[in-house]
Design a protein around this ligand. Structure first.
Ligand code: DGJ
Length: 302
């Protein structure tokens, strides 16, 4: 167990800052793999691993400007750099393991590096959780805009991609194809006109919960959540969780471990201008009678 201060840039086991913002944790074969945005140098996504969420070991810069590119059956645009050689933007990367293909599939939010008008989905894959991922390009699912996003894998292996669409006005939910390499159906267009970002989904006692933030750039705002009895069923309306700044954070993902429901969020540095100083928070979530609450803590033991 290690106790970490919430809201600061955490360090790995060698004392170096962990750059895994807007991230995701995947449990696989005895390790937790933490993926996230790494905007330094020519990196896009970095991966760290831990046996127990306390000590983190850097594994690899799994996606960079130099990653291998490979087209596949879905028509996508292959672009890992801007025309002038600058970097594009890959935000909020999420990774699932697909049992049928044996591949780790990464979904992220793609932007051209100049503005947020592209609003597309980027896909990459790899045979190992922390290897060099192969980039398969970006596309707009069914022609829709797709910005802040998350993945969710249900107990039967069915996976969903959830992303902010129509200039963030609606939250779209797509069921993925069996190999997790494409969308198969647009299931929901949730909370139209309510402008939600940063979705994060978890399942507690058979019920599904989705947290999200409002849309205020990098500045934190009031978190809200909703629930449903099945991913494809009816979702409730949004209810507040945490305080008016979600205790100075924006959702990244939710992880359950040893009976604890852990909300991981980003505390963006100086509302974005100090992006590289952005820190992490973990706040326990409490489920009671089908309702969720968030427990503010200055420190968290992991
Ligand atoms: C809020 C999003 O949640 C972040 O991932 C990032 O896209 C910022 N907006 C950019 O302003």
């Amino acid at each position: 167990m290690i106790t970490r201060k919430n809201g600061v840039l955490w360090k790995d086991m060698h004392g170096l800052p962990i750059h895994a913002h807007g991230g995701w944790i995947l449990a696989h074969n005895g390790y937790y793999y933490w993926y996230g945005e790494d905007r330094r140098e020519n990196f896009y996504v970095s991966c760290y691993r831990s046996r127990d969420l306390s000590d983190w070991e850097f594994c690899n810069h799994i996606l960079t400007t130099e990653s291998e590119m490979e087209p596949y059956r879905v028509r996508t645009k292959m672009q890992l750099k801007r025309d002038d050689g600058g970097k594009i933007n890959l935000e909020r990367p999420k990774v699932l393991y697909n049992e049928k293909t044996g591949k780790f599939v990464l979904w992220a939010h793609f932007e051209n590096g100049a503005d947020y008008r592209e609003a597309a989905v980027a896909i990459a894959s790899c045979r190992t959780p922390d290897g060099d991922f192969t980039y398969h390009g970006h596309f707009n699912p069914y022609g829709y805009m797709s910005r802040d996003c998350t993945l969710f894998k249900d107990d039967d292996g069915t996976a969903y991609f959830i992303s902010a669409s129509r200039d963030n006005a609606d939250m779209h939910m797509y069921r993925l194809s069996d190999d997790y390499m494409n969308v198969d159906a647009l299931i929901h267009r949730l909370w139209q006109g309510e402008y939600r970002e940063a979705p994060a989904v978890t399942k507690i006692h058979g019920r599904y919960y989705m947290l999200s933030s409002f849309c205020t750039g990098w500045a934190p705002n009031q978190g809200k959540y909703a629930y449903a009895d099945s991913m494809e069923g009816k979702w409730s309306s949004l209810m507040e969780i945490g305080d008016e700044t979600t205790y100075m954070s924006q959702p990244a993902f939710i992880l359950q471990k040893d009976g604890r429901i852990l909300y991981f969020g980003d505390r963006w540095g100086g509302n974005g201008e100090k992006y590289f100083e952005s820190g992490y928070v973990v706040y326990p979530l409490i489920e009671k009678d089908g309702r969720l609450s968030m427990q503010f803590t200055e420190e968290i033991s992991l």
